[in-house]
Every structure is written in structure tokens, then in C-alpha cells.
Write a protein that binds this ligand. Structure first.
Ligand code: ZN
Length: 360
């Protein structure tokens, strides 16, 4: 996302090469690709990369796009109105997220060594008063972040970089590290129905070329193990009396109703990432009685398939209209009263962050 953070871009090129050359030879990679749709975008900010003329471990102008905008502050925000002009790069990614059924993702950065998870922003509704902005799927997010850190060569040690903040087990809640608005991670989770974590892959944002091979080796296992986690939980289709898929049906686990409800895609498909355990899954077609199903979910990631369960609405013969959540703050109510105070705080934070800790 940030053009001056170059390690992620390089290891994704390695990853593409690794996947296509091992397909048909390595049994794990073959099964992974036979059961998973994988999309890889090596860079979201090519202009920033080109603008980074002098390699620099720390902050540089290449963080921003051609228009001087930080793409990881450029998305709609669930907690407050994000007063920015959405950039072409951001718009393209938002369209991509909307038009594919993404389930799991990661966005790659540099300048620290940690796996950071939602939320990056927060308010009283998500527990920000205790310095941790908790998503309903917090247990899944912690598992995803640990899957990456413990399969990485050293991230799990959580040593931090130089004398900077250590991260126990190599993970952190995004808000606990530092609050930001307009990040891709929160956007993807709220509006994209996709659990995303932010990976900080190198203390030095733009290391010497000779170190790239080691960065790839340090991350290779973690990247593959992370991709397998897309098969956590439960998936299936919602269908009508004639076995036709019902799009826009709401399917959620009881007690985990997302602020923007997760809906089936055009194929009537739903995907819910859930850790092993017992859950009640609630399928709702607007205007009809909900269907509940209690399921026992095991860890199926080694089988490359989530538990499969289909819902049938034999009484339904109409297609629910598409419904989309507004791209305005969905958690916004508690925030409005303190807007003036926040503006002052932001300017102080911005100065500090630009100098020292701007990574994600
Ligand atoms: Zn970054």
C-alpha cells in the first residue's frame, strides 16, 4: 500500500513464482490451489515506489501516491466520517473487493515486524476506552495473526525493531498500537465481508537488494499457512424451492451479527471464518422466517475445505433485492459529541507519527 515499503512487493512476486512452479509437484500447494481462489496484488502504489529514488529504512515521500495521499487512510471509515478524496487506486481496490467474494486477506507493509488486526479505529462500542478496539471476530483475528507470526522465522519472538515497542507473540490489535482512520483493514472487514490483517514485514522499509532472498525465506511458510486459514469455519449456499441460489440472504453466526450484515453472493454462497466450536448459524431471507442450524465446527484447514452446510428456503420464489450498507460511519453515534476535541488530537498525533512510527 505504501510505495516506500518494498519488501511486501518483492515477496509477493516470489510467492506467485512459488505457487505456479510448485503446482502439480508439491501436494500441499496443489491441493491449496485446487480448492482456493487466490488473488495477489504486488503493489497498490506503483507511483510511490517509483518516487522512492533513494532507499531509506525510514519515512519517505514514496509512502504517498502521486496525489500526495496516504492510501491506507483513504477508505471509508466505520467509526467517523473520513473527509478525504477517494483516490483512483483506492476506488479500484474498493471495486475489486465488491466484485469478488473475498473471505480472507492481508495487506503488506514495512517499518516494523508484527501482525496487526482489526480494528485500527474504534469507539466506546468496541471498547476503545480500554485501549483495544475489539471486533466481534476478535478470537478469529488473534488466531489469524498468530498463524502468521508463529510460522514466520522470527515475528513470533515479538522483539520489536531497534529500541522500539516490543509486540508479545508478534501480534497486536491495530488500535492498541495506534489509532488510525480510513484504513483498508477495517474497510475490508466491515464492507468487504473479508477478514484482513496488516502484516509489517521488515524493520527497514527499503532494505538492500541482497536481503530480499532472506525476507522471502522468512515469510514463505507463513504466507502458505495463512492462505490455508481461508478454510476455517463454515460455508455453503442458500437456495430456493427449485434449488436456485438466493443472493443477498443474510447468514451469520448467532452472537456475531456484523454491523453491516454478511450476505450471500450472486451464487447464493456464504463463508464464515470461525474457530472450532459449536455455533448456531442463522440464515435470513428478508420477508421470510429465519432458519437456524446448530453446527459443530472442526478445524478443516488441513482438508482445504470449511464445513459445508446449505440452507433451503422452499417457500421463497423471489430474489431479495441487493442491499448495501452506507459507506458512512456505522459505529458513529458515540463519536459525534467529541469531534472538535479529536481534530486537535489528530494534528498532534500526525506530527509524531510522521517522524517516528508511521508504518501501517
Ligand atoms: Zn505501510
Amino acid at each position: 500500500m505504501h510505495g516506500d515499503e518494498t519488501v511486501g512487493r518483492e515477496i509477493l512476486l516470489h510467492l506467485i513464482d512459488f505457487l505456479v512452479t510448485n503446482y502439480g509437484h508439491d501436494p500441499v500447494i496443489t491441493r491449496l490451489l485446487n480448492n482456493t481462489r487466490v488473488h495477489i496484488m504486488p503493489t497498490m502504489n506503483p507511483d510511490g515506489f517509483e518516487a522512492t529514488k533513494v532507499p531509506d529504512c525510514y519515512y519517505s515521500l514514496g509512502r504517498y501516491n502521486r496525489n500526495g495521499e496516504d492510501l491506507n487512510r483513504n477508505f471509508p471509515d466505520a467509526f467517523e466520517y473520513n473527509n478525504v478524496t477517494i483516490q483512483p487506486e483506492t476506488r479500484a481496490v474498493m471495486d475489486w473487493i465488491k466484485n469478488e467474494t473475498f473471505v480472507l486477506s492481508a495487506n503488506l507493509h514495512g517499518g516494523a515486524l508484527v501482525a496487526s488486526y482489526a480494528f485500527d479505529n474504534g469507539n466506546a462500542a468496541t471498547g476503545s476506552w480500554e485501549g483495544y478496539s475489539r471486533a466481534l471476530d476478535d478470537d478469529v483475528f488473534v488466531h489469524l495473526a498468530k498463524t502468521y507470526s508463529y510460522n514466520h522465522a522470527s515475528m513470533y519472538k515479538g522483539a520489536g525493531c531497534d529500541n522500539r515497542q516490543p509486540f508479545p507473540e508478534g501480534i497486536t490489535n491495530g488500535y492498541s498500537w495506534y489509532q488510525l482512520e480510513g484504513g483498508m483493514q477495517d474497510y475490508n472487514y466491515i464492507w468487504g465481508q473479508c477478514l484482513e490483517i496488516t502484516l509489517e514485514l521488515s524493520c527497514c522499509k527499503y532494505p538492500p537488494e541482497a536481503q530480499l532472498e532472506k525476507f522471502w525465506r522468512d515469510n514463505r511458510v507463513a504466507l502458505v499457512e495463512y492462505m490455508k486459514q481461508v478454510h476455517l469455519g463454515i460455508k455453503g449456499q442458500v437456495m430456493d424451492s427449485r434449488g436456485r441460489p438466493i443472493p443477498n440472504a443474510i447468514v451469520e453466526a448467532k452472537g456475531r451479527a456484523h454491523v453491516c450484515p454478511y450476505r450471500t453472493n450472486d451464487h447464493g454462497e456464504y463463508f464464515l471464518l470461525l474457530l472450532p466450536g459449536t455455533y448456531v448459524i442463522n440464515a435470513t431471507v428478508p420477508g421470510f422466517k429465519s432458519k437456524l442450524k446448530t453446527v459443530e465446527i472442526l478445524d478443516n484447514t488441513a482438508n482445504f475445505s470449511a464445513l459445508k452446510y446449505d440452507f433451503y428456503f422452499s417457500e421463497v420464489s423471489v430474489t431479495p433485492r441487493a442491499a448495501s450498507c452506507p459507506t458512512s460511519p456505522l459505529y458513529g453515534e458515540q463519536e459525534r459529541t467529541s469531534a472538535a476535541g479529536r481534530a486537535a488530537l489528530h494534528s498532534v498525533l500526525a506530527t509524531t507519527i510522521l517522524l517516528a512510527v508511521m508504518f501501517k
